[in-house]
Design a protein around this ligand. Structure first.
Ligand SMILES: *[C@@H]1O[C@H](CO)[C@@H](O)[C@H](O)[C@H]1NC(C)=O
Ligand SMILES: *[C@@H]1O[C@H](CO)[C@@H](O)[C@H](O)[C@H]1NC(C)=O
Ligand SMILES: *[C@@H]1O[C@H](CO)[C@@H](O)[C@H](O)[C@H]1NC(C)=O
Ligand SMILES: *[C@@H]1O[C@H](CO)[C@@H](O)[C@H](O)[C@H]1NC(C)=O
Ligand SMILES: *[C@@H]1O[C@H](CO)[C@@H](O)[C@H](O)[C@H]1NC(C)=O
Ligand SMILES: *[C@@H]1O[C@H](CO)[C@@H](O)[C@H](O)[C@H]1NC(C)=O
Length: 220
């Protein structure tokens, strides 16, 4: 009796010994569970990676527009002879240097393309200057850019307003600069274009620039 009493719990513990099939099923179930866990972790890691990449792309690797500033415009040459102008013998020789600085706040270098500066006088294009491409501004650096512009006297003289402006002692000119460039961040290349217009008043007797107002437009 005592034996059977002791044997009973054992018997109830394993009433039906596992068949091979059951064993296999259990193993595959375990394996599946492991696979599921692995898959879950892998998915989470992948998601985290994607999130980190997205955050980096929108923060550290976000392409920021370069800050172009016109510091000053100097008249390195200014020869407008009023007397000669009045008698029809015109002698005009104007050269200006547009002093700009470009601040690159990206974590990659900024390469300038073909940049141009044009000067307008009362709607007439009086000068064009090209900045040779290939200037590279290193990451998080500021670089100066001098553009020398020679005003074409014949074009300036073609304006009917010149005489009056010279008599009044001041001329208003506008510079129009287009600075295209490229920022290469990791595998992404981004084109940037900065447009800069400056309006200045030239005081003829002083041979100097009095008011310089600049406007900037950026296309990313
Ligand atoms: C303008 O003036 C500069 C310096 O005085 C001179 O070198 C240049 O040849 C002049 N240009 C013209 C077109 O007269
Ligand atoms: C350009 O401007 C900067 C800052 O105002 C100045 O240090 C530099 O000498 C200027 N360059 C020219 C050519 O005027
Ligand atoms: C700059 O202009 C020249 C001629 O106008 C052209 O051949 C060259 O491809 C241009 N470079 C860039 C970077 O746009
Ligand atoms: C601009 O001109 C100034 C003075 O002539 C010079 O010191 C500076 O290096 C020039 N900058 C560039 C970028 O050519
Ligand atoms: C040009 O500058 C001179 C000297 O600073 C000044 O007396 C004159 O009024 C100025 N002319 C104009 C048109 O602003
Ligand atoms: C600069 O001037 C040009 C021509 O007048 C105009 O088309 C352009 O919109 C101006 N750009 C800015 C930034 O003011």
């Amino acid at each position: 009796m005592a034996e059977t009493d002791q044997a009973k719990p054992l018997a109830s513990f394993r009433v039906h010994p596992r068949s091979d099939d059951e064993e296999k099923a259990l193993k595959t179930k375990n394996r599946r569970r492991k696979f599921k866990l692995c898959g879950c972790i892998a998915t989470i890691l992948l998601l985290l990676l994607v999130i980190v990449i997205v955050i980096l792309v929108f923060t550290v690797f976000k392409v920021k527009d370069p800050k172009v500033t016109t510091n000053e415009i100097q008249l390195t040459n200014f020869d407008v002879n009023v007397g000669q102008l009045l008698t029809g013998q015109i002698k005009i020789n104007i050269t200006m240097v547009v002093n700009m600085s470009i601040k690159n706040s990206n974590r990659a270098s900024f390469r300038l393309g073909n940049s141009t500066t044009s000067v307008y006088y009362r709607g007439i294009s009086v000068a064009d200057a090209q900045i040779p491409p290939g200037i590279v501004i290193k990451a998080r650096k500021t670089s100066g850019l001098n553009v020398t512009v020679d005003v074409m006297a014949d074009r300036l003289v073609s304006s009917p307003d010149l005489l009056g402006d010279v008599r009044n002692g001041e001329m208003i000119m506008t510079t129009y600069s287009v600075i295209p460039g490229r920022v290469k961040m990791l595998f992404i290349k981004k084109h940037v274009e900065v447009k800069m217009n400056c309006t200045m008043t030239i005081n003829i007797s002083k041979r100097g620039i009095e008011d310089l107002i600049c406007k900037r437009k950026v296309k990313l």
